[in-house]
Design a binder for this molecule. Structure first.
Ligand SMILES: *[C@@H]1O[C@H](CO)[C@@H](O)[C@H](O)[C@H]1NC(C)=O
Ligand SMILES: *[C@@H]1O[C@H](CO)[C@@H](O)[C@H](O)[C@H]1NC(C)=O
Ligand SMILES: *[C@@H]1O[C@H](CO)[C@@H](O)[C@H](O)[C@H]1NC(C)=O
Length: 539
């Protein structure tokens, strides 16, 4: 008995010490709130940034002007932040950036180890570029963690794998703490072209722990479409909070920015802090704070071009997701009229058009062949057709059910395996028109209302495959989480998972409703055969 009590008190002391230590770190909350190890509420900001557009700045001027923007945006936020995330590549965007020599003047050294010394202090020999030191001082002034995406230069002397000038360059996210001291860095692995920087031999697994008790993982832009390092952070390291700087090029109908971010956050039930570069004429924009299955807390696209900060509190009890009414969707959709979109090539998809006045569909479409590569999609749809609107002379979207198991090219940069079941809005009769949008939103009306959609398909269980719930409204925002169900089931003795994506709230402004699967087994470098570069994008 005595021993038992001693044991209990030792356990209790250990527990108290631990929670005390935790609380000591969470200084902002420890005074006013009950002190438990479970407090993990934090205030995050993500920044959408429209970079300086002047063509002829020196590298120093360009870096400084964009850094001043960052600091101005940070200083305008009137809440106490725990962390702020800035987007990919906007510190040097619009500079000529093709080869190593173009990038070097924009690059900064970043230390490899944590020393706890603020980059803003006068101590130590500062090897970082001036712009990074300024950001460190801004983090210190605002008492917040700060994440910025920079070009990193790293000294090399291995003759075989080293540029002639002795520097390897990386597309790197750098994290500074509340004091402006180095905490962590991540070198982007899945490069979207970007021939001016190096790829690491293996993906960086970059995880850092904060003084508010949260462990973050990081990855960048194109990484989101791949297995490594993103899914490894989840599966091997159990990370639940992610930082994602991006310069995304939105593509219809599956990969617009918020749609892609949302499907990832929802699929993995992850807290996802996404910060996007803004440039509507190139299709860039879209930032948000997502809380997994609870949906986005804040998100947006500055459709007319510009910068914006989104601030939200991530807590264990997020507010309930709101619905969307048609007026709200239309208002946002109209603002997207001048936004540029890439178009996916759907020519190899199996598809079937939904014909006016048929109210019920129960169909199966298959694509691909072979045990591993055949995909069959089951569609169960209930539709209302409004005759009056059908005859109003305005532009109407038609809808197709589609299935695809195959390979695509991502703008000629890389090939990726896909397994997709979807209902898509099309501007015409042809499948090719299902990645387009009518030019003037005010000329569009909506005769088709989907009362219910159920899409089901079986996928082989494979660590190299992942399926997402993918949706898009005319506003170029995903459906609210409470309008859908995303379900799965397993079957005894069969290595398959059946995913079922349901629309459970009637919707008439639908662009995309899909199970978007990636099959990493079929990924590969771009080939000259069988790839169509649709983007003509140079990052
Ligand atoms: C930028 O430089 C180019 C080439 O030197 C010149 O033709 C152009 O007029 C300059 N543009 C501006 C806005 O100064
Ligand atoms: C990095 O890129 C440079 C320039 O393209 C190249 O010479 C060097 O070998 C690369 N280093 C590594 C580690 O791949
Ligand atoms: C998936 O496979 C299971 C087991 O073979 C089967 O019962 C189910 O109907 C299949 N689902 C679909 C959508 O094909």
């Amino acid at each position: 008995m005595h021993l038992f009590i001693t044991l209990i008190s030792i356990l209790l002391i250990v527990f108290l010490c631990e929670s005390h230590e935790q609380c000591g770190k969470i200084n902002r909350y420890s005074e006013s709130e009950v002190c438990t190890a479970e407090i993990s509420e934090y205030v995050a900001a993500v920044v959408e940034h429209y970079p300086n557009q002047e063509p002829n700045l020196s590298s120093e001027e360009r870096l400084m002007k964009n850094t001043e923007d960052f600091i101005r945006i940070l200083n305008k936020i009137d809440q106490n932040l725990d962390i702020i995330v800035f987007p990919e590549a906007t510190l040097y965007a619009n500079a000529k950036m093709n080869v190593h020599d173009d990038a070097l003047p924009y690059a900064t050294k970043i230390q490899d180890t944590i020393t706890g010394v603020s980059l803003c202090s006068s101590k130590g020999n500062k090897e970082e570029a001036a712009f990074l030191i300024n950001l460190a001082c801004a983090a210190q002034n605002s008492n917040t963690y700060l994440v910025a995406n920079v070009i990193e230069k790293s000294e090399c002397n291995d003759l075989e794998n080293c540029a002639k000038d002795g520097w390897n360059l990386y597309n790197t996210n750098v994290v500074l703490d509340r004091d402006g001291a180095f905490v962590s860095k991540y070198r982007k692995f899945n490069l979207f072209g970007e021939h001016y920087v190096n790829q690491t031999a293996e993906p960086d697994i970059s995880i850092f722990e904060t003084d508010f008790g949260i462990k973050f993982g990081m990855f960048t832009c194109f990484d989101i479409l791949f297995r490594r390092p993103t899914l490894e952070l989840i599966e091997k390291h159990n990370i639940k909070h992610f930082i994602f700087p991006t310069m995304w090029f939105s593509e219809l109908p599956f990969l617009t920015a918020l749609q892609t971010q949302h499907q990832w956050a929802q699929r993995h039930d992850a807290v996802f802090l996404t910060s996007g570069a803004n440039d509507p004429k190139r299709g860039s924009g879209g930032s948000g704070i997502y809380q997994g299955k609870y949906g986005p807390l804040k998100y947006g696209i500055v459709s007319e071009g510009g910068s914006q900060a989104h601030v939200a509190t991530v807590s264990t009890h997020p507010p309930e997701a709101g619905g969307l009414d048609a007026t709200q969707i239309d208002k946002t959709a109209k603002q997207m009229d001048n936004f540029f979109f890439l178009k996916d090539d759907l020519s190899l998809y199996t598809s079937k058009i939904l014909t006016p006045n048929q109210h019920q569909y129960n169909e199966q479409l298959c694509s691909g062949s072979g045990d591993n590569n055949q995909l069959c999609c089951h569609f169960n749809i209930q539709i209302n057709w409004n005759d009056e609107i059908l005859n109003d002379g305005k532009d109407h979207y038609q809808y197709r059910m589609v299935a695809y198991s195959g390979v695509r090219s991502f703008s000629g940069m890389y090939n990726g395996g896909l397994e997709i079941c979807a209902i898509l809005a099309c501007t015409g009769e042809e499948i090719g028109s299902c990645s387009g949008r009518f030019g003037n939103y005010n000329d569009v009306s909506w005769p088709v209302t989907f009362n219910k959609i159920s899409i089901k398909a079986n996928f082989t269980i494979d660590e190299n495959k992942v399926q997402h719930p993918n949706s898009l409204l005319s506003s170029i925002r995903p459906l609210p989480v409470n309008a859908v169900e995303w379900l799965h089931r397993y079957f005894q003795d069969e290595p398959i998972v059946e995913w079922n994506y349901n629309l459970i709230e009637a919707q008439s402004r639908l662009f995309t409703f899909a199970i978007y699967g990636r099959d990493f087994n079929r990924d590969g470098p771009p080939s000259t055969k069988n790839t169509k570069s649709l983007g003509n994008i140079n990052l």
